[in-house]
Design a protein around this ligand. Structure first.
Ligand SMILES: C[S@@+](CC[C@H](N)C(=O)[O-])C[C@H]1O[C@@H](n2cnc3c(N)ncnc32)[C@H](O)[C@@H]1O
Length: 495
């Protein structure tokens, strides 16, 4: 049967969209000298052959492309132990350095894994071409303009974000609250790692940390590229391996204390939630192995999975967000905090009656905290019900807010609901104690507000998006605010 023109146009469009979807677009092979050097150097260090090559893709940018068809169950890549950079190897190297008074210096033992790795990246990058790892260092991204922390961490060491300049201030204002909170926390850790490392290494004859921006970059290299080693090696295996290694120019072998490592070439693989892989350190071959459970055709982008994370986490930790993220949820912690604050200060928003004191509200919040039910209040675009934690908070708070005082019967009813003894509030004889409708109304009201806010954010982001160094960060913010808007719309109309 001959189909019509509209059908053919639609089919062509669908085919084009399918091709453009993540993972199906062919990449443009990289001609970068850095990649040629890295490949050659890794081969010289004993890395087995692999069917991957560096390439550029329209949605994920730099990543790995299959050079031949790859079947499920095949190894994607094997990284030999000597190419794995771990904290114990770095500490070991640092321990061998004399301290300023001439005796061996133990303080580098105090470095955490992240601190040790960040220091190593920092000092190797200072050595430039003199570093034995220069091929690896040159393959790393030059900056992290899409990672909010990189943009907000300022030019000088500080435990607070730097939002004075127009650009960073604007970005901080347009980040979702949960991302901003995470970035504030990251800045504290970053600054504390910088300060501790400086203190611990001050007496050792090694390059000292002096450049804050270089350290921020090195710290993010570790945060965005480390692999988890899985089951660690036993001390006996370790000793055997130490004996067999004679080359003094390479770092010492991995220790049973190591949980993360930097792994050249492997760290060029991008994330997709559809990727299925098995990973782990293989004691027999002393290689870190990634096996794929997906099929990849020659020319396709090859992925691993960084975990089941929503886009807020992905943006804060890795500097990207993906469209149609199946783990996306709408978090209402900020809105809940604001509501509680408004209730306590008897703001016009509050429906609280005179008898409902701030202490009584704190009491209820404490009940939730005692049961481990405070925070992480979420709505999913896929689930028909709000999260249990959100319902628990609303079922406890709303009847009290409506009555204007803490009533014994409503607390009892909540306690029974929590224990699963009386999961249905409908059985209550007192209709005013039925918080389901009130919870629905609360959610609708809050979601209406989020729809308005996300509309504004989306408009702002779209206006500012093009022609700035953080273009990709803006694109990610667009994805996030769009998803927030869609989910809030759904819940604001749900009956
Ligand atoms: C382990 S590295 C992967 C290789 C990296 N693309 C590179 O060029 O070095 C992790 C970083 O890759 C980028 N990335 C990973 N998966 C991505 C994706 N699905 N979309 C966009 N960027 C992605 C992010 O910048 C992330 O911080």
């Amino acid at each position: 049967m001959r189909r019509g023109r509209t059908f053919r146009q639609r089919r062509r469009r669908a085919d084009r969209l399918k091709k453009e979807a993540v993972g199906t677009t062919r990449g443009t092979p990289s001609l970068d000298q850095e990649w040629t050097d890295l490949r050659k150097w890794c081969k010289s260090q004993g890395m087995p052959r692999y069917k991957l090559s560096l390439a550029y893709f329209p949605t994920t940018f730099r990543g790995m492309m299959a050079t031949k068809d790859i079947e499920p169950g095949e190894d994607l890549i094997r990284v030999p132990e000597r190419l794995l950079v771990t904290a114990s190897k770095i500490r070991h190297t640092l321990l061998a350095r004399p301290n300023r008074s001439g005796t061996p210096s133990p303080p580098s033992r105090g470095l955490s894994e992240h601190q040790a790795l960040a220091y190593w990246i920092y000092s190797e990058s200072c050595l430039s071409n003199k570093s034995l790892w220069s091929s690896y260092i040159r393959s790393l991204p030059r900056d992290f303009e899409s990672v909010p922390l990189y943009v907000l961490s300022g030019d000088r060491p500080s435990d607070e974000l730097s939002c004075v300049a127009d650009g960073p201030r604007w970005i901080a204002k347009h980040l979702p609250h949960s991302v901003l909170q995470r970035v504030v926390q990251q800045q504290r850790i970053l600054f504390s790692d910088w300060s501790q490392t400086r203190k611990l290494l001050a007496t050792i004859v090694v390059p000292q940390l002096t450049e804050w921006r270089r350290y921020v970059w090195a710290w993010l290299v570790v945060g965005t590229r480390c692999i988890h080693l899985g089951s660690p090696t036993s001390p006996t295996q370790q000793q055997q391996q130490s004996k067999s290694l004679s080359d003094s120019t390479i770092l010492k072998p991995i220790s049973c204390q190591d949980s993360i490592a930097l792994a050249p070439v492997l760290d060029l693989l991008n994330h997709s939630h559809t990727a299925a892989v098995s990973t782990g350190f293989e004691p027999t071959t002393r290689q870190f192995v990634i096996k794929t459970h997906c099929r990849y055709a020659k020319g396709q982008e090859v992925f691993i999975s960084y975990g089941p994370h929503d886009n807020h986490f992905m943006l804060a930790e890795y500097g990207f967000a993906i469209e149609y993220n199946p783990f996306q949820i709408l978090e209402l912690d900020y809105e809940m905090d604001a509501w509680i604050l408004a209730l306590k200060s008897n703001a016009p928003l509050s429906q609280a009656k005179a008898a409902l004191t701030a202490d009584a509200i704190d009491g209820l919040v404490n009940i939730l905290k005692r049961h481990g039910l405070w925070g992480d209040f979420t709505l999913s675009p896929k689930d028909p019900e709000p999260s249990y934690r959100l319902l628990a908070a609303l079922y406890l708070l709303l009847p009290v807010v409506q009555c204007g005082s803490t009533s014994h019967s409503s607390s009892n009813l909540w306690e029974r609901w929590r224990r699963g003894e009386n999961a249905n509030y409908n059985s209550s004889s007192n209709a005013s104690n039925m918080p389901e409708a009130a919870a629905q109304q609360w959610i609708r009201h809050i979601c209406d507000g989020i729809v308005q806010k996300s509309n504004m954010m989306l408009e702002d982001v779209q206006i500012r998006q093009s022609a700035c160094p953080q273009e990709f960060l803006f694109r990610c913010l667009g994805v996030i605010w769009h998803d927030t808007n869609q989910c809030a719309r759904l819940w604001s109309t749900r009956r």
